[in-house]
Design a protein around this ligand. Structure first.
Ligand code: GLA
Length: 750
């Protein structure tokens, strides 16, 4: 049983395949956290908490004269507010009488089969591989009758525990939430822990940072109304000595795409507390008497198999338990050519059909018409909001264009940015109050656009109508759902002054409601999320879009570190990656076509260039790349992904896909900095059968010939033992030229 409630000991233990999590209804009915770590028997671990009189750490009144029980030092599941715990908190609620206090004591515990549901927020679900149980613990403040209902979903096989909180106002007056965190996890000793997070900027998302916890509050957050380029709602706490292969890792992935907050505090007693949830900045939410407020869920995991072990848990979970689209498992995603870097705003129907004709010849399966096809959109100053075709460009009309592309044997995909509006648009002229702006003030523009107020149902309904019309009237099989600015001037024209603090979160509820409707009504449309590249790359949006455009930076050398960082929390099947033109549009760097292909194959794979500008050799290489990608599609999308190098001193990066049955592996290496008289590249592979005999397949030899100084020597050796490849490693001959890349496929023969 995954959830055990020992009523006598008042202990509740959750078990997944490799982890256990324990809490206890402790002194005075506070819910104490006892343990999260390697799987253990159910026995009560409360003996590890020692009580003593701690100076300047007060005691609940009901302890009477007993001075040893201090909430300031107790590990808790949901810390109280203003009851003597001065660490970072999980709730800040203002009661009707103006008091800011919540003293939650356990009232009820219930266990059920299956996964609990959150009605308005993205949710994970049980897959056929898993059994899921849910636990609900109700904490109540006896004075205000406010309840915090802690909900846990235990995915036993997946090694994931989800947690979210529902606040129920059982009082007679409204209350105001100023902070409400989805998760709180306390550790008795964290002085040797590191925090790993993923900061970045536009075009450089999800770089990896790792630092020791010190005695202050580490804050990782986005206040931009999107999960952001600058931080990501995924963090890990690890042993200081953790490596890719071994050591303890705790992962926390928030299923939310708006402003978020993760705080980690190393306290005066070297205990650690982590909280994570909706950012409390600009947040204040009124909960009327009898109403509920749900927080988004956090996906927690524990593993002692190092950073790779943690990543594999999330990769699997995201492939099985997050998104019901048939494109996640059942249907292969088409290889597409996107028109953005091919033409930017400069295209018409004739040019698109021409691109389609050339793309078909190269073996591409879908054309995606990016920004610029609608309204009066000739640059980024106008048109957003007017989701009808720009007849100056698409003279034949959208339906005919789609038909012409289909007639060439290609599928058709389209770009939309539903949440935005330009002032120069029919929509804005008709409904200026649908855009965020503060009374009497002019709103900040970004990319010359404003943000629509999705907290209003009429706005959401209007957008649904626009999207549904485009998708139902035309044979469109893919939607790139973009979002190209951060939210400012957050103010809704229809909410009273006292409720303006709700707008950011209501915007998210509006967005999720819209995505839910679109995905339900158009299940055959593949949605790719996007936000100026990867500013909304999170477990929330991935419930609706199986893939997300990872970054606007398509320079394959920069992409290496972006895709490397992204891989810690997200599988390759979610990473939108394309081969673009060289010199690169973002950096001006020139790289080989092959290198661009190898890098984009650590993602969904596609092209973002004008076929008319390709040489014959490049066109041939596309055919070759498509052959390789299609042959290894399952291995790339579903195999175990291994990071074989870090961001250290090596002048190259290497990664590998290995099949679950250990029958094959695809090893990729990209050289970032070519050196004379070089140290040879030696890579130890992972995930093979030590006793297996592996053959270097034919296609791999081509890479030798392309990039190596001594192809003839290398071509002679073809068979390798699995243990030799994993322990001694594969040593490449000397490589040569600008940014060479190699992709070797090993197939088991014995
Ligand atoms: C964003 C996206 C790009 C492209 C442009 C179009 O920047 O990330 O891929 O779609 O918008 O304006």
């Amino acid at each position: 049983m995954a959830i055990i409630y020992d009523e006598k000991a008042k202990c509740i233990t959750l078990h997944t395949k490799n982890s256990s999590y324990q809490m206890k209804i402790g002194n005075l009915d506070y819910l104490i956290h006892l343990y999260y770590g390697p799987r253990m028997p159910d026995s009560d671990l409360s003996w590890q908490i020692r009580q003593y009189d701690r100076g300047f750490s007060g005691n609940p009144y009901r302890s009477r004269h007993e001075r040893t029980f201090s909430l300031d030092a107790q590990p808790q599941e949901f810390p109280t507010q203003q009851q003597g715990d001065f660490r970072i908190g999980s709730i800040d609620v203002m009661n009707a009488d103006g008091s800011r206090c919540f003293n939650g004591l356990v009232k009820d515990v219930s266990i059920s089969e299956g996964k609990y549901r959150l009605l308005t927020l993205p949710a994970s679900f049980a897959s056929d591989k898993d059994t899921v149980h849910s636990l609900r613990i109700t904490l109540e403040d006896e004075y205000s009758h406010v309840q915090a209902i802690l909900q846990y979903g235990v995915f036993e096989q997946a090694d994931i525990i989800t947690r979210s909180v529902t606040v129920k106002n059982g009082g007679r007056q409204p209350i105001h939430l100023h902070k409400i965190m989805s998760v709180c996890l306390d550790f008795l000793n964290g002085s040797d822990m590191d925090i790993v997070n993923f900061p970045g900027r536009y075009g450089q998302e999800r770089q990896v940072e790792r630092q020791p916890l010190t005695h202050h509050v580490h804050k990782i957050r986005s206040g931009r109304g999107i999960s952001s380029h600058q931080q990501n709602p995924f963090v890990a706490l690890t042993d200081r000595t953790v490596t890719e292969e071994s050591g303890s890792c705790y992962g926390f992935s928030l299923m939310y795409s708006g402003s978020f907050l993760a705080e980690v505090e190393l306290d005066q007693y070297d205990q650690v507390r982590l909280v994570m949830g909706i950012n409390d900045r600009l947040f204040s939410y009124a909960v009327e008497a009898g109403e509920d407020f749900d927080t988004p869920a956090v996906l927690m995991t524990y593993t002692d198999s190092g950073l790779t072990g943690m990543s594999h848990i999330y990769h699997d979970f995201f492939r099985n338990n997050l998104n019901r689209s048939r494109f996640v498992k059942d249907v292969k995603r088409p290889v597409l050519l996107n028109t953005w870097e091919a033409a930017f705003f400069d295209f018409d129907d004739v040019k698109l059909v021409e691109i389609a004709r050339a793309a078909k010849k190269m073996g591409v399966e879908m054309i995606v018409m990016d920004d610029g096809w609608f309204g009066k959109r000739d640059d980024d100053n106008s048109g957003l909001g007017d989701w009808y075709v720009n007849e100056d460009k698409i003279k034949c009309g959208l339906k005919s264009l789609v038909e012409q592309v289909n007639a060439k044997g290609l599928k058709f995909g389209i770009w939309m940015e539903p949440e935005m509006v330009n002032e120069d648009s029919d929509l804005y002229r008709a409904h200026p109050d649908w855009a965020f702006a503060m009374p009497g003030r002019t709103p900040a523009r970004a990319r010359n656009q404003l943000v629509l107020d999705l907290s209003r149902q009429e706005v959401v309904d209007y957008l649904y109508g626009c999207i549904a019309k485009v998708l139902s009237e035309n044979n469109i099989e893919y939607l790139k759902w973009d979002m190209n600015r951060s939210l400012s001037d957050v103010y809704s024209a229809v909410l009273p002054a006292s409720r303006q603090g709700e707008v950011l979160h209501r915007f998210m509820l509006g967005l999720y409601g819209l995505m839910e409707r679109v995905t339900k009504d158009f299940p055959d449309v593949l949605i790719e999320g996007c936000s100026g590249g990867g500013a909304r790359f999170d477990a929330g949006i991935l419930c609706y879009s199986p893939q997300i455009w990872c970054s606007d930076d398509t320079d394959p050398i920069h992409r290496l570190s972006i895709q490397y960082g992204t891989s810690f929390g997200y599988p390759v099947s979610t990473v939108g990656a394309h081969v673009s033109a060289s010199p690169n549009h973002q950096t001006g760097r020139t790289t080989p076509f092959n290198t661009r292909g190898v890098t984009a194959m650590a993602g969904t794979f596609g092209y973002e260039l004008d076929p008319a500008k390709l040489s014959l050799e490049e066109k041939n290489m596309i055919r070759e790349q498509l052959g390789i990608f299609r042959e290894h599609y399952d291995l790339i999308q579903d195999g175990f992904y291994y990071r074989l190098t870090g961001l250290g001193e090596e002048p190259y990066m290497a990664w590998e896909f290995a099949s679950e049955d250990r029958n094959e592996a695809l090893l990729s290496v990209v050289v970032k900095d070519i050196q004379p008289n070089q140290t040879l590249i030696n890579i130890r592979l992972k995930g093979l059968d030590p006793d297996g005999l592996y053959k270097l397949t034919e296609e791999s030899k081509k890479y030798m010939v392309h990039n190596m100084m001594y192809p003839d020597i290398e071509a002679r050796r073809e068979y390798y033992k699995g243990d030799a490849l994993m322990n001694a490693g594969y040593t490449f001959p000397m490589v040569f030229g600008d940014y060479p890349a190699m992709q070797l496929h090993f197939s088991r023969v014995d």
